[in-house]
Write a new protein. Structure first.
Length: 264
């Protein structure tokens, strides 16, 4: 599967400008790289995140769904649509929508672990469903930014036998080393491909660190970036995951009966 991950400097609280930019970037990506799947960063409609989220949160995700559905159908490409601020029945969510090559919405994920240092938990409602879906017949998973720190949550995805984990993010400085280390660790410990797509640029409070990464199940970096806008590309050889599991099969060697005994 050929992946293109688009690392962007998003306009703060300006969904129209961000839509325009994403449309251009997707056009450019399709012309230059012809990927199977395009991946976007977290909260791309407003950036992470305006205090007055009420103003521009997407009602029922209607606008975002129409926008991404049109692009995925037009370019016959799967889109892992990063996340956007949404509002459903007066509750705000950090929501990710996924589309297949026919423009069908195939999956929706609401961020589960809200980033309390930025007061995200006071503005948004947390989701409570695992993010699992299929792209071109491949089982894949999604988690959003801060979710990456929750090893138990990502393990549940891995135990569901996903092959690729997508992590859209708005991960700021000064924690670039956490971001890179955790992406690699989640790839190695779960023997998965991990596609981490961050933002760059600044808001009134944060500077996003970029350094998006595509990592293979052995923790080898297939594509990396700095803190500029860029498109990362990698072809994921899904057979490699099988070979790695044959060499060190941590899933065969797990002792879940002990983990359950000591669980608190
Ligand atoms: N957008 C986020 O969830 C930020 C997470 C973060 O900065 C961290 O975990 O560190």
């Amino acid at each position: 599967m050929k992946i293109s991950a688009i690392q962007l400097d998003l306009a703060f609280d300006d969904p129209l400008q961000n839509e325009k930019k994403i449309k251009n970037e997707i056009e450019k990506t399709m012309e230059k790289y012809h990927p199977d799947t395009i991946v976007l960063p977290e909260m791309w409609n407003v950036s992470f995140f305006p205090d007055n989220i009420q103003t521009n949160a997407d009602k029922d995700g209607k606008r975002t769904k129409a926008f991404l559905s049109h692009l995925s159908e037009k370019y016959r490409v799967n889109i892992v649509g990063g996340t956007v601020a949404t509002v459903y029945e007066e509750k705000y969510y950090n929501t990710s929508y996924q589309f297949d090559r026919e423009g069908n919405l195939i999956h929706t994920y609401h961020k589960v672990h809200l980033f309390s240092p930025s007061e995200e938990h006071n503005k948004f409602t947390a989701g409570n469903q695992l993010g699992i879906f299929e792209l071109d017949g491949v089982k894949v998973g999604i988690a959003t930014c801060y979710d990456l720190r929750f090893v138990e949550w990502i393990r549940l995805l891995a135990l569901s036998e996903i092959e690729i984990l997508f992590i859209p993010a708005a991960w700021p400085n000064p924690r670039v080393s956490h971001w890179e280390t955790l992406l690699k660790a989640r790839a190695i410990e779960n023997q998965l491909f991990v596609v981490g797509v961050n933002s760059v640029g600044t808001t009134d409070k944060l500077t996003f660190c970029g350094h998006s990464l595509i990592v293979d199940p052995a923790g080898e970096v297939l594509a990396s970036s700095n803190d500029n806008e860029t498109i990362l590309n990698a072809t994921l050889d899904l057979e490699k995951r099988k070979t790695i599991k044959e060499q060190i099969n941590v899933f065969e060697d797990r002792r879940p009966e002990l983990y359950n005994r000591y669980s608190v």
